[in-house]
Design a protein around this ligand. Structure first.
Ligand code: SUG
Length: 449
């Protein structure tokens, strides 16, 4: 029997402390919604609904567990001491900004969990994973160790999977994972072109860079990932993100471009040196047709792209082969973007045939759209069989996780509620139960004492 290949989307399950703390300078939505009250329960249910809908469309869908927050271990490392409740109290009182950072549920945006290279692209024929170090934001820099442990528990078979340590924790190697990485291919099982988009050159300050907002990803980080994963020169392309759009709130490439199979959907201002870089992709891709869908500024402005997340959409290929765009409802509510999408999906020569809208507003308010919420892992059927089956969406798992959310999550959470020691206990008992549901073992620091 011939091998089948799939793209599996592993969506982040929103954690019990989901809140709006305004932690991400350069991310317009995060700053605009700072201190608004949130609903962890709705956020988690919205995410589960999207996962279930893709599963029902015939896609392979996975679930990635959230992290333990508040991160008491980070607070202890920073000198707070005593019982867990004392650590919480001291930090919340004496260092509220640090305290809010260690409470963030930001691991929900699993596009930033890691960079993944499928076996068809790598020198040793294994699927490679490198957790992102996320050094640019303190609250996100707390994620890589646990992300690595969770990924190892999900892809726990050295015959198929190879796991690397995250890059050195330093701005020179700032790495934001799959948010700045896309893969173009004929079919998921064919060797593809891995496109790495970076914001700046770490070791050459004479090169262009954004002036106002940070560039979170460096060229040198992207190159290190390609080396670790055993990618070849012929199947790798590095493109600098246009520094001007970073300065307008495009903090990751996945806010301005998305690829799937032989389609790259992007805004004309997305890349520096776009023409020669797209030509390089084309020549490395070979003879097979490749669609570059360029959206012009007079069709959709950068501001509309940032506020609607038109490019933070998922481009997926369901089993009927009709490429579909999974968009946030913000795209439907903006007249201009909605009509652009209608025109795109109705045009005869567009490879994108359908659009489906999803309400992920709880996540959008922190600058996380449908594409931020998922980590793509292209796998063949043997690799799927070798992965943890309890992390794959099914009717049963959907029901179980909905019950789990209903049981453990709060309806509403204000920033001041984060210091409640009961929230720490609720969060830990929720995660303890989750590791049993998803058979992850003891991946959390509180389980290792
Ligand atoms: O890293 N927001 C996340 C959003 C990540 C979106 N991911 C991708 N584009 N792939 C970030 O900026 C905000 C948290 C707060 O403000 O409370 C935050 O971390």
């Amino acid at each position: 029997m011939s091998m089948q290949h799939f793209e599996v989307n592993y969506d982040g399950l929103v954690g019990p402390t989901h809140n709006y703390a305004g932690l991400s300078f350069g991310n317009v939505a995060s700053l605009a919604n700072a201190k608004a009250s949130s609903s962890p329960k709705h956020a988690a249910l919205q995410g589960l609904k999207k996962m279930k809908a893709l599963h029902d469309m015939g896609m392979k869908q996975g679930v990635l567990a959230p992290q333990e927050r508040p991160d008491i271990f980070a607070l202890r490392r920073l000198g707070f001491s005593g019982t867990d409740a004392e650590v919480l109290y001291q930090a919340a009182t004496e260092a509220p900004a640090i305290f809010q950072a260690v409470c963030s549920a930001s691991s929900m945006w699993t596009a930033n969990a890691a960079t993944v290279s499928p076996s068809a692209d790598t020198a040793n024929g294994k699927v490679h994973f490198t957790p992102a170090n996320l050094t640019n934001k303190f609250h996100r820099s707390l994620e890589p160790n646990t992300s690595g442990r969770i990924l190892q528990a999900m892809f726990n078979n050295s015959r198929y999977f190879e796991h690397h340590t995250h890059l050195p924790d330093n701005e020179h190697f700032g790495d934001e994972g799959a948010a700045n990485h896309t893969r173009l291919c004929r079919e998921y099982g064919h060797a593809g072109i891995e496109v790495f988009v970076f914001g700046r050159y770490a070791f050459d300050s004479s090169k262009p860079a954004p002036q106002r907002f940070p560039a979170r990803q460096t060229l040198e980080a992207s190159q290190a990932i390609a080396r670790l994963h055993g990618l070849s020169e012929e199947n790798t392309v590095y493109i600098q993100q246009n520094p001007d759009v970073i300065d307008q709130g495009v903090f990751h490439n996945d806010v301005i471009a998305v690829g799937n199979q032989n389609v790259l959907f992007y805004h004309e201002q997305a890349f520096a040196d776009a023409e020669s870089k797209l030509a390089e992709i084309q020549s490395k891709f070979g003879e097979h047709p490749l669609h570059f869908i360029k959206v012009a500024t007079d069709q959709v402005s950068i501001q509309d792209a940032v506020s609607t997340y038109l490019f933070n959409t998922q481009l997926i290929t369901p089993p009927d082969g009709q490429m579909t765009i999974i968009a946030p409802t913000e795209c439907q509510e903006n007249d201009n973007v909605r009509s652009y999408l209608e025109q795109l999906t109705q045009s005869n020569d567009s490879p994108i045939k359908r659009v489906e809208f999803f309400d992920v507003k709880q996540s959008m308010r922190n600058g996380g759209g449908p594409a931020c919420l998922r980590l793509r892992v292209a796998l063949n059927d043997e690799e799927i069989a070798g992965a943890n089956q309890n992390c794959l969406m099914s009717d049963k798992l959907f029901k179980r996780l909905n019950q789990w959310v209903e049981k453990h999550y709060r309806d509403e959470l204000a920033v001041d509620d984060l210091r409640d020691p009961a929230l720490l206990e609720e969060s830990r008992s929720a995660l303890d139960e989750l590791t049993q549901i998803m058979k992850l073992g003891s991946v959390y620091p509180f389980q290792q004492d």
